[in-house]
Design a protein around this ligand. Structure first.
Ligand SMILES: [Zn+2]
Ligand SMILES: [Zn+2]
Length: 314
C-alpha cells in the first residue's frame, strides 16, 4: 500500500472507478458476455469458444487476454508441442454464475418466443425444472426492485460508478443477436446504457439529471435513452403542461432487470472492494436488514449454488 496520504486514495479521486465502475466495466461488454456464457457451457479451448458464436480472431484474442488480466479466466497450457492452451474460469470467474443466471431468468421472462428458445434449467438437488427466485439473504422472502431502498455507501458516487472500459470496440455484428437476446445487449452490453439503467434504479428520471450526474455527453445520452425506450426498458413520460420536461422511468420489464444489477453489484463489491467500504447501501424495506440478493429454487425453495444448475431441454 502507498502510505502517502491522499495521493492514491480512490475516495478522493472522483474519476477513478469504484468497485461498481470496475466490475460493470469488466463484464458489461457484449463479446465478454458471449465468451462467459460459452465457458460456463463448458468451452475451454480457443477453438471451442470461437466456435460458439461468430467472432473474429482479433476480438476473441483481445477479450480473452483482458479476461485473463482481470483474473476471470486463467490460461493453462495443456500441450507443449505444438503449444496449446485452454481457458478456465477462476474462482472470481465462477463467481459470475448468479449474473448469468439472472440474465437467463430475465430473457426467459421477456424475450419474445419467436426470438429463439431459451433453454430450461434443472436444479440438480431436487431434479426439477425451475426458475430462480431472487430473494433477500436475511429473511429469504422474494424481492423485487421496489422492495429495496438504495443509497450510496462510503465508496459510492455517480461518476466513479460509471462502468470503466479500457477497450471499446462496437461489434457491428448483427449476427450476434442470434446468440443473445438483443434487449440484454441494449442494457448490459454497453457502458452508458448500463450506467443509465443503474441510475434509473437509484431514482434518476430526468434527462438533465442523467446528464449532470453521469457526465454522459448529451447526444450519446439522447441516443441511449431512445434505444432503452425502444427495447421496452424505459418509457418516456411527457407532462402535457411542460413539454420541455420529460422523464424516463423503468417499465415493468426494466424493473425486472433488478436481479441482474443486484448480482453484478454483489460480485463487483466482493472482488473490487475498497477499504473505505461498499459502493451501495441497500436495505430490504420489509425486514429492515441490509439487502443482499440470493437465488432460491422456485420448486424446492433451497438456496441455489452454481454447481447445482444443469441445462434442461428447450
Ligand atoms: Zn429481508
Ligand atoms: Zn430445487
Amino acid at each position: 500500500m502507498d502510505d502517502q496520504p491522499g495521493a492514491d486514495d480512490g475516495v478522493l479521486d472522483p474519476e477513478r472507478p469504484n468497485a461498481l465502475g470496475h466490475g460493470f466495466g469488466v463484464i458489461g461488454d457484449e463479446w465478454t458476455l458471449l465468451i462467459l456464457r460459452a465457458t460456463f457451457d463448458g468451452a475451454r479451448k480457443y477453438g471451442e469458444i470461437g466456435a460458439a458464436f461468430p467472432i473474429s480472431h482479433a476480438v476473441l484474442t483481445a477479450r480473452l487476454d483482458s479476461l485473463v488480466a482481470e483474473d476471470v479466466l486463467r490460461k493453462e497450457v495443456y500441450q507443449r508441442n505444438p503449444v496449446r492452451s485452454e481457458y478456465l474460469l477462476t474462482e472470481k470467474g465462477r463467481g459470475l454464475w448468479p449474473v448469468l443466471t439472472a440474465l437467463w431468468r430475465w430473457e426467459r421472462t421477456w424475450a419474445p418466443r419467436d426470438q429463439g428458445v431459451t433453454p430450461t434449467m434443472v436444479h440438480a438437488t431436487c431434479g426439477q425444472e425451475f426458475v430462480p427466485a431472487f430473494c433477500c439473504s436475511a429473511c429469504a422472502e422474494p424481492v423485487v426492485a421496489q422492495d429495496v431502498d438504495s443509497g450510496w455507501g462510503p465508496s459510492g458516487g455517480w461518476r466513479r460508478s460509471v462502468p470503466h472500459v479500457q477497450t471499446r470496440r462496437r461489434s457491428g455484428n448483427r449476427r450476434q443477436q442470434e446468440y443473445f437476446y438483443p434487449d440484454t445487449m441494449a442494457v448490459f452490453g454497453n457502458r452508458w446504457s448500463s450506467a443509465i439503467v443503474g441510475a434509473a434504479f437509484m431514482g434518476l428520471t430526468r434527462f438533465n439529471d442523467f446528464h449532470d450526474k453521469l457526465k454522459v455527453p448529451p447526444t450519446l445520452l439522447a441516443a441511449r435513452l431512445t434505444s432503452l425506450c425502444e427495447s421496452g426498458i424505459l418509457h418516456q413520460v411527457v407532462l402535457p403542461d411542460r413539454p420541455d420536461w420529460s422523464e424516463y422511468k423503468l417499465t415493468p420489464k426494466g424493473l425486472d432487470f433488478f436481479p441482474v444489477i443486484g448480482t453484478t453489484a454483489a460480485w463487483a463489491e466482493h472482488w473490487y472492494h475498497e477499504e473505505a467500504g461498499d459502493v451501495l447501501s441497500w436495505s430490504h424495506r420489509s425486514c429492515g436488514q441490509a439487502f443482499t440478493g440470493v437465488f432460491h429454487c422456485d420448486q424446492c425453495h433451497e438456496v441455489l449454488r452454481g454447481g447445482d444448475l444443469r441445462q434442461g431441454g428447450a
